[in-house]
Design a protein around this ligand. Structure first.
Ligand code: FES
Length: 113
C-alpha cells in the first residue's frame, strides 16, 4: 500500500465557483465541472453522455442562457442541474456522471481516483 497518496484532492475554494454560475477543472487529467445554485454545489464529469466529449466551448460556460440548466455546447442537450439528467437533446434520458466531494473549511475536496 502506498501511504504517500493523499486521501483527497483539493479542487478549489467554494468561493471560486460563482453563484448561479459554473466552472471547469482539469485536475490530474480528469475533466470536471461544478455548478453553484442557491449556494449549493453540483459536481460532474465533463463528458457529455451523447458522444463523450467535453460540454463547453467557452471556458467555464456550462449553463444555458437562462442559467437554469446545464447545456452541452456541442448539440444543445439540456441537463437538470440538481440531478444531471438530460431532459432534451440527443441524449435525452441519460445522465451526467456525478462526482462525490466533501467540503472542509470552505474548500471542495474529491477522491484522488
Ligand atoms: S456531445 Fe453533447 S449533445 Fe452532443
Amino acid at each position: 500500500m502506498n501511504t504517500n497518496l493523499p486521501e483527497k484532492l483539493r479542487l478549489c475554494s467554494l468561493a471560486d465557483i460563482p453563484e448561479a454560475g459554473s466552472k471547469g477543472f482539469n485536475l490530474t487529467g480528469r475533466k470536471l465541472f461544478a455548478v453553484k445554485q442557491q449556494g449549493k454545489v453540483y459536481l460532474y464529469h465533463n463528458s457529455c453522455p451523447h458522444i463523450g466529449i467535453p460540454l463547453e466551448w467557452v471556458e467555464d460556460q456550462f449553463l444555458d442562457s437562462s442559467g437554469s440548466m446545464i447545456q452541452c455546447a456541442n448539440h444543445g442537450a439540456l441537463f437538470v442541474i440538481k440531478t444531471g439528467k438530460c431532459v432534451a437533446g440527443p441524449c435525452s434520458g441519460r445522465s451526467l456522471i456525478p462526482i462525490d466531494f466533501s467540503i472542509d473549511a470552505g474548500d471542495i475536496f474529491i477522491s484522488p481516483s
